[in-house]
Design a protein around this ligand. Structure first.
Ligand code: ZN
Ligand code: ZN
Length: 239
């Protein structure tokens, strides 16, 4: 009954163009075609699409081969461009929490190869000052919805920022790494939840992966099992 009332008051609209849609997936046919979903062969570490056929060997991009990631496997749902960019900017800055549910459905689909028994889901933490400015942590909302879709438990404050880090925009991979050194840690009161347990760290966008690396390293240092990462969108590589 409640559900029906909500749907009458807020009929689902396309996240791309705002026309009415009748599915939970949140996009009309045209916007669906214009949204760069990642499909086919991908780097098993960072989720970027790769040329060529999938074989039985582990598939990784050049970057991940050169600089192995601290996590064991990762996936991304969208390429960060065109329509995907618009959807994510809406999620990030536009106070559009209705974007969360459909995107969590897409992400649950991308997460399938990563799901392990007893896995715990955790968002990349946002620093408190930025949280206040933005009013909500979009990764935490995504994680909550994703936990509902996958049936996995989640811990919204498993990871915390210990220091305020400047924006990573325009910084090189090394600079990003230096900035993030020790900036993310496991919450002292949540440590017991990840002992020996696989963790899925979730973020909205992956650029270099430096933030996700800092999160994975913090989990491993605190005694977690293998770490996996899932992002809504992967920025195409700049080099
Ligand atoms: Zn549309
Ligand atoms: Zn890769």
């Amino acid at each position: 009954m409640f559900q029906t009332t909500v749907q009458l008051l807020y009929p689902p609209r396309c996240l791309g163009c705002g026309t009415m849609v009748n599915s939970d997936f949140g996009l009309c046919g045209t916007c669906w075609r214009d949204t760069p979903f990642i499909d086919g062969t991908v780097c098993d570490s960072c989720g970027i699409p790769l040329q060529g056929q999938e074989d039985n060997h582990r598939t990784e991009c050049d970057d991940c081969m050169k600089n192995p990631r601290p996590w064991v496997q990762g996936r991304a749902t969208l390429l960060y461009k065109d329509q995907a960019r618009k959807i994510i900017l809406g999620l990030k800055h536009g106070d559009r929490p209705e974007v969360v549910r459909p995107t969590a459905l897409w992400m649950a689909r991308s997460a399938r190869p990563l799901i392990r028994d007893n896995m715990l889901i955790a968002p990349v933490p946002l620093h408190r000052s930025r949280l206040l400015k933005r009013r909500y942590n979009q990764s935490a909302l995504l994680v909550q919805a994703l936990a509902r879709e996958t049936g996995l438990p989640y811990c919204p404050d498993l990871l915390v920022r210990t220091s305020q880090t400047p924006s990573l925009d325009g910084k090189t991979a090394q600079e990003r790494q230096a900035v993030l050194q020790g900036a993310i840690t496991v919450h002292s009161k949540r440590r017991h939840r990840l002992t020996g347990r696989p963790v899925l760290v979730v973020d909205d966008v992956m650029t270099s992966g430096a933030t996700l690396s800092a999160c994975a390293e913090a989990c491993i240092e605190a005694g977690s099992g293998d770490v996996y990462v899932l992002v809504l969108a992967r920025v195409p590589k700049d080099d």
